[in-house]
Design a protein around this ligand. Sequence first.
Ligand SMILES: C[S@@+](CC[C@H](N)C(=O)[O-])C[C@H]1O[C@@H](n2cnc3c(N)ncnc32)[C@H](O)[C@@H]1O
Length: 368
Amino acid sequence: MNSEPEPIPAAPAPEPVASSTSPVPVPVPVPGTPHRRRPRYSGKNPRRFEEKYKERDPSRYGDVVAKVLASGKTPAGTHRPILVAEILEVLAPKPGECAVDCTLGYGGHAQELLARLVPGGRLIGLDADPVELPKTEARLRGAGYGPDVFTAVRSNFAGLPKVLAGLGVKGADLVLADLGVSSMQLDDPVRGFTAKFSGPLDMRMNPGRGQSASAFLAAVKPAELVRLLAEYSDEPRADVLGESLAGRKVATTQELVEEIREVVGDMARDERETTVRRVFQALRIAVNDEFSALDTLLRQLPACLNPGGRVAVLTFHSGEDRRVKRAFSAGLEAGIYSSIAEEVLRPGPEERRANPRSSSAKLRWAVV
Ligand SMILES: C[S@@+](CC[C@H](N)C(=O)[O-])C[C@H]1O[C@@H](n2cnc3c(N)ncnc32)[C@H](O)[C@@H]1O
């Protein structure tokens, strides 16, 4: 991972990892992963993240990984790229072009793009996450993409113009942003993103920067939390939740779940769990300042694209989609974009069934 491209001999063009009809990546193992003692678990199937060592070692346990994928689940420690065929169609990557993946994640979309950019092209992959980025970089290197074609940069995508300038790149031909968090982040209890497992209430994409969700909750004023819950996750009970939760000292994800359940105790179970999900979403957006980063990216995008450049943004909730729609429409009206998506593209029933995490995805695109 660096911020300076290094010249090395050109790599051969590797095969794409997912077909257009089956957006499921074949995980490439991280080279040099040290051998660890197997964790023991009771029962037939592992439940906890750390017990799922077979899913996290696809080179040795390909059959286990295939079974998990067939059941519509995401193998632990991986991420399944969404709307791959549609993204490839709107971004139309060609050999020799320069692409930016603003949200590299597991590298599923990046690997598909890279396969179409060689020979002669390159992909710059950004991610704010210092935990997953080195693993993804190692995987893509292992798949045959050297620093001449692939550059991994740990950066918030709000800093895209600076990253491009630092690499001596004038503009990109295509830009992808697949917003939110990856399955690796969601499924690892240590990252504290999910209500499903107990872990420290952290939620930072970069755990080395800023405040954890626990510190944020302890410091936030009630009126501010009410506003964030209403604005960031359309929470109908923002008032009562914000007033009750602000200033609380909550160390773990499970403690927060309990606190939320206590506040909305009279609700039906399904509705209560939806409330839990919405509170987690609003906190995550606040802790990572996600909307400011997205607004900054959308404002800077046209200047980062070459003439004829294409951009695709994948969103997962209304707050994100509203921003992308507004920015693209304003750009079209101002003559900055020559065309934009008139309708959002969404995963079809087959993809939603195969990967339920794709269900809320919406894709918008624009061309300068
Ligand atoms: C949904 S995942 C991307 C998955 C990826 N497309 C793939 O195929 O594996 C989103 C990723 O974007 C990163 N991310 C989210 N917001 C970011 C930001 N403002 N700047 C940089 N990275 C960000 C997260 O850390 C996460 O790794």
